[in-house]
Ligand binder design. Structure first.
Ligand code: GRF
Length: 187
């Protein structure tokens, strides 16, 4: 079976949505490792619930981004990881990981790319007054949310209500990401 590493920097609700599918046998893959760049990220608590090993490394502890990614890569090799699944990992993937996992890294982004790439995509959408935004799952390249799009879903903006818009987007993410992974890994 395909071995996955989930990368997250924050709450990890997408990680948990995917983990549930995996635990229930609905995605034909194993989550072998959770990787985070924040030693206090809530995703760590979520991973513990499912007995998934966590690699929590602060990039600040390394002299260069290359050294940071080499340290991650060494762990990925130990766990025999085939694919990197980014879910709220707030860092650009550098040449070390891109080179080792070419075409085997995917990400979820809370907008209909190529609109609103980068940070606070939901805030960007609200500021522009769009009526419809959405969710994109895409391959990762060296750019900021520029890789080839795999799947997208639209979500209506709840006007003037960031909280509700955010909740609708997250709910869509938790459906779309597992679905895409099923398509990728369930033959
Ligand atoms: C999600 O909205 C994801 O699209 C974005 O960061 C958020 C992560 O949320 N890249 P969570 O940590 O999965 O709860």
């Amino acid at each position: 079976m395909t071995n996955l590493a989930l990368f997250a920097s924050g709450s990890g609700s997408n990680y948990e949505a995917i983990q549930r599918y995996v635990t229930e046998g609905k995605i034909a893959a194993n989550i072998r490792l959770v990787v985070t760049d924040r030693v206090d990220a809530f995703v760590i608590q979520r991973a513990k619930k499912y007995d998934i090993p966590v690699l929590a490394l602060s990039p600040k502890a390394f002299e260069t981004k290359e050294a940071y990614e080499q340290a991650i890569l060494a762990e990925l090799k130990k766990y025999d990881i085939d694919w990197l699944i980014l879910a709220g990992y707030m860092r650009l993937i550098g040449p070390v990981l891109l080179g080792a996992y070419a075409d085997h890294i995917v990400n979820i982004h809370p907008s209909l790319l190529p609109s609103f790439p980068g940070k606070d995509a939901i805030g960007q959408a609200l500021a522009h007054g769009v009526k419809v935004t959405g969710v994109t799952v895409h391959y990762v390249d060296e750019g900021m949310d520029t890789g080839r799009i795999i799947q997208q879903r639209a979500v209506e903006v709840v006007e003037g209500d960031r909280e509700q818009t955010e909740a609708a987007i997250h709910a869509m993410e938790h459906i779309l990401y597992p679905e895409v992974l099923q398509n990728l890994f369930n033959s």
